[in-house]
Write a protein of this length. Structure first.
Lengths: 538, 346
């Protein structure tokens, strides 16, 4: 590892010109383009979060006006969900590693892949424009009739931005599905694929099937605002709750767009750092697909107090419990994978452990919310805020960070500093729990979400949460600094610093432009660590 | 009253104890699984930690039996949660059918709560109710969606524009409790808060009697009814251009399209705001819409007035069910409707 040298030619050093980056069709370079873009969005979204937490440190909300506060949490939500989390793992790690892990030269449609990035960036620019020219105050959920009749902020512009970015999502999903179907190397059967690919396939399925519904829904909101169609306006015979059905029909599955990729990454990490095949491979693989399918049937659990009939509420509740089972199965299988493994505590593994902790708590509290009689009390309180942050920030970002560290040496050819990385992971873990655990208690006490001012008895827990947020903020800055540092000063990693299995570790770090010198032939299942000594590539 | 245990909401309604029992069950189940998973991971991670660089894990593929067990057991536990929580949901959202409930109209608007009591008292952001009595809230919104949330009662329901929804509770402890708007509704959302003041019966009687000089809700409704000239069509001497409204509430109505509906709050509302939507059998759709002519408060008053109209035994509505389509079911006195006559609450 220490004696390794960088390859003479790789995808990074073939051409340094700006033009070669902006017109690249190399999936690895497109990954880097996305990485830079979504990191910027994460920083913007994070800055809004910091202001929200700062404001909530006092109950009187004297820092900003009501209007500003509402814009802060709206823009925070929109940017974090649509411009960071949804593209995060698929567009970066997925883009880089799907082709390599199946032994292909690139994705099926390289030009479409580049187009996706442009579409995404243009969508992002529209949304940023909406932000700079006055902001939006509807919440990331755009509930009608507030968004159509009452709000006089840049709703249509922001919705347009998300609408555009949605096409990037659809195209990326299509591209990945076709790639996985058509481009697998000889011998790479479906059941020899690493689990990350299964999770990316499931995610792509949701992106392709769900995003058009979101697009139509947002279009309806814009049309209603501009043309006053009356679809959501009760005074014209419309139904405001219809919007919630449409919105959650996409947005519940969308939460799986955000978490399923992380599950895939965690499967890779746990296998690599236990040096062992993932326990119950088929169950973990199919649970991703089960989540993708069942995820489309539970949107009603966001409407338990919004006017469902009690019987349809019961159906949605039952299905919500059912969709939690495949998630539980995954957690049990990861745990069982450790049994008789050879377990290393390298940084990616710490993130994987962190992921399991967050995801377990987030998933279990999802059961609280699926419980009809209990959800009446909990919905629209800080309990919900804590629940989805445990999964989306705790879980999904833990997986993203874990994956970034795991594959960083492959992507850049260099190692990050292990000591700092461990400190960073620990800081994020502690900061996160301190930020969001108190919110469960706050929620049960009854503090509603999206509250700028709040009764003084809620202050103690809010101060704790804000304190945690500042630790969390530092936690995210640490990796930013040392990862950038490592680009130049990190030790040369070598082709396979973890001694891990998988085609991506068979090529050089960083990989050459076309990934492999010659097309690999796969002769064995994934994660073949135990006993058998023959190599992965024939 | 807002103190109690600092990190837990007060249990101040009949529902609260039931919700909390379920909550504690879920907390226990969750704690068990978190400890189980975290404990196992920690144990394995330490026991099987890597001891040499070229070490490999054992070659284990999986076990169908284990997979089955850890699918079935969580599913079983989830089913228990489902049944338990659905039962509570029914209790919370299906108001009990009793005559003793006190009805209050709730009108939400950006950014305040307006309450109209049957006896005519109106309050803003404060709701006075008697302890140990079923309270039924008939709620609507004048603009966007709001949500009526009293944490100490463990109740919440979205309040929708253009629709009436009924929420009920029975407070068990006199005191003052937070009322929050829980659905984001714009700039003043976090200021759309108020108090529910639960009073001992005697105090409540004194309070309700203190609202002198105001019309009862029904009386106010009668004025609106006259002012808007509803009488030109809805009176025995109007040549039966419109159906008689007496005794209408809670009865079945036959519609022109052959369907039968129950004349509840929502139906009355629609009959006034969108008369063409459900036309009574035997009548022409000549009634004009009052959308934009009456505000939500007047609408509530009108509806309350119609509810209190006692059936006139000699009116054509009863003798000949066909022309207006009212079912010939025996007319029960207005007392039987949950709203009852305002006097019933005195
Ligand atoms: C121009 C005559 C006319 C006027 C004025 C009028 N209505 Fe009507 N109304 C009708 C007719 C005809 C029907 C039956 C046909 C229908 O359902 O539209 C009716 C039906 C109703 C019903 C449903 C009755 C049932 O038996 O189901 C209600 C309630 C009602 N009107 C209330 C009102 C109120 C309140 C006003 C005043 C704000 C009013 N109406 C003014 C003609 C009128
Ligand atoms: C383990 C299975 C899960 C169950 C049973 C579950 C259940 C629920 C329920 C019932 C709600 C609605 C709460 C309410 O509004 O009252 C909810 C909200 C939410 N959940 Fe989950 N959830 C699960 C997993 C996830 C995952 C994996 C994610 C994201 C990656 C997620 C993200 C969210 C978000 C974002 C919301 C709130 C959205 C909003 O109102 O802004 N959940 N969850
Ligand atoms: Cu959901
Ligand atoms: Cu509100």
């Amino acid at each position: 590892m220490t004696t390794a040298v960088l390859p003479r030619e790789d995808y990074l050093n073939t051409d340094y010109s700006l033009r070669s980056w902006l017109l690249t069709t190399d999936h690895k370079r497109i990954c880097i383009l996305y990485l830079v873009t979504i990191t910027l969005f994460f920083a913007i979204g994070g800055a809004f979060a910091a202001m929200i937490r700062l404001s909530l440190a006092t109950p009187t909300g004297s820092l900003v006006s009501d209007e500003t506060y509402n814009k802060l949490f709206t823009m925070h939500g929109i940017i974090m969900v649509f411009f960071f989390l949804v593209p995060s793992i698929p567009a970066t790690l997925g883009n880089f590693f799907i082709p390599i892990m199946i032994g292909a030269k690139d994705v099926a449609f390289p030009k479409l892949n580049l187009a996706s990035w442009y579409i995404f960036t243009i969508g992002g620019c529209f949304t940023l424009w909406a932000l700079i020219t006055g902001g939006v105050d509807t919440g990331w959920t755009f509930y009608t009739p507030f968004s159509t009749l009452s709000s006089n902020t840049n709703v249509s512009l922001a919705a347009l931005g998300i609408f555009i970015a949605g096409f990037a999502s659809i195209l990326t999903g299509l591209n990945f599905m076709v790639t996985i179907h058509r481009m697998r190397a000889p011998g790479m059967t479906w059941f020899r694929m690493p689990l990350f690919l299964w999770s990316m396939y499931a995610t792509s399925l949701i992106m392709v099937l769900g995003t058009p519904v979101l697009a139509i829904t947002l279009l309806l909101v814009a049309a209603e605002r501009l043309l006053h169609l009356g679809i959501f306006d009760p005074a014209r015979g419309g139904d405001p709750v219809l919007f919630q059905h449409l919105f959650w029909f996409y947005s519940h599955p969308a939460v799986y767009i955000m978490i399923v990729p992380s599950m895939g990454v965690v499967s890779e990490i746990i296998a690599a750092f236990s040096r062992k095949r993932v326990f119950g491979y088929e169950f973990v693989a199919f649970s991703s697909l089960a989540i993708a399918v069942f995820g489309f049937l539970v949107w009603g659990h966001h409407l338990f107090v919004a006017g469902l009939s009690v019987y349809s509420a019961m159906v949605f509740s039952l299905l919500s419990y059912v969709v939690a089972i495949p998630s539980a199965v995954k957690v049990f299988n990861w745990t069982a994978t450790l049994y008789k493994g050879s377990i290393s505590f390298a940084t990616p593994m710490l993130y994987a452990f962190g992921f399991i902790w967050m995801f377990t708590i987030g998933g279990l509290t999802g059961l609280f919310l699926a419980s009809l009689g209990l959800d009446i009390h909990l919905t629209d309180t800080y309990f919900v805020v804590a629940h989805f942050h445990y999964i989306m920030v705790g879980g999904a970002i833990m997986g993203y960070m874990g994956g970034l560290h795991y594959w960083w040496p492959k992507m850049t050819g260099r190692m990050y500093p292990e000591g700092w990385a461990k400190i960073g992971a620990l800081t994020i873990f502690l900061g996160f729990n301190l930020t969001f655990f108190p919110q469960f208690i706050l929620g049960y006490m009854g503090m509603p979400r999206r509250y700028h001012v709040y009764p003084p008895e809620f202050q103690t827990l809010n101060v704790l949460s804000s304190a945690g947020a500042s630790i969390l903020g530092i936690g995210y800055l640490i990796p930013l600094v040392y990862l950038l540092w490592s680009l130049k000063y990190g030790p040369i990693a070598g082709d396979n610093p973890w001694n891990a299995k998988g085609l991506e570790w068979q090529t050089t770090s960083p990989p050459p432009k076309h990934n492999f010198e010659e097309t690999p032939v796969v002769t064995e299942e994934a994660y073949n660590y135990g006993g058998l000594e023959e190599s992965h590539v024939g | 009253m807002l103190s109690g245990i600092p990190l837990f909401p007060e249990e101040a309604s009949t529902l609260a104890t039931k919700v909390d029992a379920l909550y504690f069950f879920l907390v226990a189940v969750s704690a068990f699984f978190v400890v189980l998973i975290a404990g196992t991971i920690l144990y394995f991670a330490i026991k099987y930690r890597r001891r040499s660089e070229d070490e490999h894990g054992a070659s284990i593929h999986g076990a169908i039996l284990l997979e089955t067990v850890w699918t079935i057991i969580p599913l079983g536990i989830a089913l228990v949660m489902f049944i338990w929580s659905a039962d509570i949901y029914f209790q919370a959202y299906e108001p009990p059918k009793s005559n003793s409930a006190v009805n209050v109209y709730v009108l939400a608007k950006q950014w305040m709560w307006k309450f109209q009591h049957m006896d005519g008292q109106r309050e803003i952001n404060e709701l006075h109710v008697p302890v140990n009595t079923e309270i039924k809230l008939i709620m609507t919104s004048q603009d966007v969606i709001h949500s009526f949330f009293v944490p100490d009662f463990r109740i919440k329901m979205d309040v929708l524009p253009g629709r009436y929804r009924t929420l009920w509770f029975q407070a068990t402890k006199p005191g003052t409790y937070h009322l929050f708007c829980a659905e984001y509704c714009g700039a003043g959302h976090s200021r759309m808060v108020g108090q529910v003041i639960v009073m001992k019966p005697a105090d409540y009687q004194a309070w309700i009697a203190g609202g002198v000089g105001t019309d009862t809700l029904a009386a106010a409704g009668q004025k609106v009814f006259t002012n808007l000239a509803c009488v030109t069509c809805h009176s025995p001497d109007s040549g039966a251009r419109g159906p008689m409204l007496s005794g209408l509430f809670d009865q079945k109505v036959r519609l022109q399209n052959g369907q039968t509906v129950v004349a509840d709050d929502a139906y009355l509302r629609e009959s006034i705001m969108d008369p063409g939507a459900q036309v009574v059998a035997g009548y022409q759709p000549i009634m004009p819409t009052y959308q934009g002519l009456v505000n939500e408060e007047q609408l509530l008053e009108l509806i309350e007035y119609i509810k209190t109209l006692k059936p006139a035994p000699s009116a054509p509505t009863v003798t000949t069910p066909e022309p207006d389509g009212h079912a010939a079911a025996p007319k029960t006195p207005a007392m039987s409707s949950p709203a009852g006559a305002p006097a019933a609450h005195r």
